[in-house]
Design a protein around this ligand. Structure first.
Ligand SMILES: Nc1nc2c(ncn2[C@@H]2O[C@H](COP(=O)(O)OP(=O)(O)O)[C@@H](O)[C@H]2O)c(=O)[nH]1
Ligand SMILES: [Mg+2]
Length: 301
């Protein structure tokens, strides 16, 4: 991981980390004690690791540590156990050689539009030719937001009028992208859960349109999840998973939360990889997810 990504991730997780370390530090005496393990469990619960997961980690930490141990050894034990657990969520991101389509879904405010722009910036840096699609047609402001971000990056944005059929926008964008020689189509979608046309039906339709034009499903169906909702992400994700058969998660706002530990139960429950993490509002604040780095950033300042 480049130093700048690491630094952002480390800073992003500082609130979660400080909570963990303060709680542990106050009872650390260099040996196993009921109090130490109770406080460890408590600290993990505060980081929103979840009851089951917290108990599992405490049991494993206790088994791993010798009779007497230093503060470093304690942190290393916790770090290694969390890293091992999260390693199942690691997956490399790669694009098909022909026109790729990335579908971004998630509830309102989770960070979809911002993440599309962040990914666009990253793709540009990789020498790719991305194009954005405003398939959140419900609000004029949503279309405007994507257009502004596209302008800032010099990325073309395909949009129809507010209220237009999102499937039609995606269809037009794909046909255009292919003709104009783009290589990655990033589709921003709506997130409102209560409206006339049920969101899940709308997303299924977008998926069908892509299948028709490309001859395959969207290459990535990515759920953008606001990490500050903690474990509530699980039930949210299930809804979207049923609709579009998710291929991965992007966790945003890890910088604004003390609940970064929720990554553990989320990964265990959903069995989906985490491709990226958002650690700030800037378009550079997107880091690839690496289990070891994430665990290190959770425990090490
Ligand atoms: N702190 C922080 N804010 C973020 C992050 N990602 C998105 N946001 C903010 O969250 C708000 C909602 O983002 P937006 O992309 O419009 O969400 P959408 O409704 O899902 O499209 C905006 O104010 C973003 O700047 C992140 O990783 N960290
Ligand atoms: Mg949006």
């Amino acid at each position: 991981m480049p130093e700048s990504f690491w630094e952002r991730l480390r800073q992003g997780l500082s609130r979660t980390r400080e909570g963990l370390l303060d709680t542990l530090g106050s009872v650390f005496q260099g040996q196993k004690s009921t109090e130490l393990f109770e406080r460890l469990e408590e600290a993990l619960l505060s980081a929103d690791v979840g009851v089951e997961e917290a108990k599992r980690i405490v049991t494993e930490v206790s088994a791993k540590l010798p009779g007497r141990f230093g503060w470093e050894e304690l942190l290393t034990a916790v770090e290694q156990i969390i890293a091992a657990e999260l390693s199942q969520a690691e997956r490399d991101f790669s694009l098909p050689s022909e026109l790729a389509l990335l579908l971004f879904v998630g509830v309102n405010g989770s960070g979809k539009t911002t993440t599309v722009a962040k990914m666009g910036k990253w793709l540009l840096a990789q020498g790719k030719k991305p194009i954005f699609v405003a398939a959140d047609t419900f609000r004029a402001a949503a279309i405007e937001q994507l257009k502004e971000l596209g302008e800032e990056l010099g990325v073309e944005v395909v949009a129809h009028k507010p209220g237009a059929d999102p499937g039609a926008v995606v269809h037009d964008a794909l046909v255009h992208a292919r003709a104009a020689g783009y290589d990655v189509v990033l589709v921003d979608t709506a997130g409102r859960l209560q409206t006339k046309v049920p969101l899940m039906e709308e997303l299924k339709k977008i998926r069908r349109v892509v299948e028709k034009v490309l001859g395959r499903a969207p290459d990535e169906r990515l759920l953008v999840v606001d990490a500050t909702v903690g474990q509530n992400a699980i039930s949210q994700a299930q809804l979207f998973h049923d609709a579009v058969d998710l291929t991965g998660l992007i966790l945003t706002k890890l910088d604004g939360t003390a609940r970064g530990g929720a990554v553990l139960p989320v990964v265990r429950a959903l069995k989906l990889p985490i491709l990226w993490v958002g650690v700030g509002k800037d378009l550079d604040d997107l880091a690839p997810f690496r289990a070891a780095e994430f665990a290190r950033a959770l425990l090490r300042g």
